[in-house]
Design a protein around this ligand. Structure first.
Ligand code: ASP
Ligand code: MG
Length: 411
């Protein structure tokens, strides 16, 4: 007998029919002999509606009250799912975060999980109940309701699985797994049977928006086997696991892309210690996340250029902050029409030549590379946004990601 946590996202509980589908999925797993904990999101669109209500009152809201309002959507779906299970002849109990003591810190709207009390859940499971827990919400030491940040119910599910030492955490969503790239861009993209936590972290933070990044970090930390599955179709989904030697045999596992960044170049800054720190410091002070950074060599002159990327939403503010800061720069340039395209794979640790293959393939299509950054398992390039789809397709082909793993080049 295994203990399984099943998580259903907003679209998977979006209608009463879908709520009934959730109930039958949970009952089916129980019939197979497993103990089942279900975590749910609010019904699709509901959290947005609640946020809008709050912003209708004031945009300068107290975050404690924001959490009281936006956590409410999950309360409705837990009750509906539990009732649907009972209507089908099963036993179920719903719980809100405060009832099971899903403890977090007091950072309202983006609380961090501290501890989850499993006693009540275990008692109900032992009594043959399916336990339905509200995702996204918790409670702090002072008894205040908290939420984990948008998309947080993935993290709730993984945290519950870790706390209950579940055998698996199944995340039911509206896609049937994690793909080698976005199938809307490359129709022959393949579903991955397995992906390592580290690769998934890169995929998630690079724009393959399947799971909240924090949930993957948590899964990695506690080695929770996570499976991503379609809630309305049958299939084996994609399994997230620790890295294994099989995975290293392939050069690249996937191509991710992100159009949400903008590029800023500060030209002609004095070439002396502390300048990069002070320029990037102005970004940190303004709470703007800097991603890629390149500083050029100062050939012969006593000035240099610094180029970096920031989220597109922070682009104008970043330029304004830099204009106000006395950076001593000659000129400030920027371009929001860029995209980051990345090749990801743990195989890069043991194979060379990935970068060369990537750059050659882009060059053949006449795609100019504006910036490059690498990590142990990832190579990212910044290119003109209008070539994103072409670059993704080109790289997917170059690494033969449409082929069976066994038939691919290994470099
Ligand atoms: N309902 C919350 C949201 O829409 C949490 C979640 O769906 O994961 O952000
Ligand atoms: Mg989600």
């Amino acid at each position: 007998m295994a203990l399984i946590v099943q998580k259903f996202g907003g679209t998977s509980v979006g209608t009463i029919d879908r709520i009934k589908n959730v109930a039958s999925r949970a009952l089916a797993a129980q019939r197979e002999g497993h103990q089942v904990v279900v975590t749910v999101s609010a019904m699709a669109g509901e959290t947005n509606r609640l946020v809008a209500l709050m912003e209708g009152v004031t945009t300068n809201y107290n975050r404690r009250e924001y959490d009281v309002v936006v956590s409410a959507g999950e309360q409705v779906s837990t009750g509906l799912v539990a009732a649907a299970i009972e209507a089908m002849g099963g036993k179920a109990r719903s719980y809100q975060g405060w009832q099971i003591r899903f403890m977090t810190d007091s950072t309202f709207a983006k609380a961090r999980i501290r501890e989850i009390e499993g006693t009540r859940i275990r008692r109900d499971l032992a009594a043959g109940c399916i336990v339905v827990v509200a995702g996204f919400q918790g409670i702090d030491d002072g008894g205040n309701i908290t939420t984990l940040g948008r998309g947080g119910s993935d993290t709730s599910a993984v945290a519950l699985a870790a706390a209950l030492k579940a055998n698996r955490c199944d995340i039911y969503t509206d896609v049937d797994g994690v793909y080698t790239t976005d199938p809307r861009i490359v129709p022959k993209a393949r579903k991955l049977e397995t992906i390592s936590y580290d690769e998934m972290l890169e995929m998630a933070s690079l724009g393959a928006k399947v799971l909240q990044t924090r949930s993957v970090e948590l899964a990695k930390k506690y080695s929770v086997p996570v499976r991503v599955l379609h809630s309305m179709e049958e299939g084996t989904g994609t399994m997230l696991t620790n890295e294994n030697p099989e995975m290293e045999k392939v050069l690249v596992s996937g191509i991710a892309f992100n159009k949400d960044e903008a590029k800023i170049t500060v030209l002609g800054i004095p070439d002396r210690p502390g300048v990069a720190a002070s320029i990037l410091g102005t970004m940190a002070d303004a709470n703007i996340n800097v991603d890629m950074i390149i500083q050029n060599m100062a050939h012969g002159s006593d000035t240099t250029d610094l180029t970096f990327t920031v989220p597109k939403g922070d682009y104008s503010q970043a330029l304004a902050v830099l204009r106000d800061a006395k950076t001593g720069a000659r000129e400030l340039a920027g371009n929001p029409e860029i995209a980051k395209v990345s090749a990801i794979g743990v195989g890069m640790r043991s194979h060379s030549g990935v970068a060369q293959r990537m750059f050659k393939a882009l060059a053949r299509e006449g795609i100019n590379i504006q910036m490059i950054s690498t990590s142990e398992i990832k190579i990212s390039v910044i290119i003109d946004e209008k070539y994103t789809e072409l670059a993704v397709r080109t790289l997917h082909d170059a690494f033969e990601l449409h082929k069976d793993i066994g038939d691919r080049i290994t470099g």
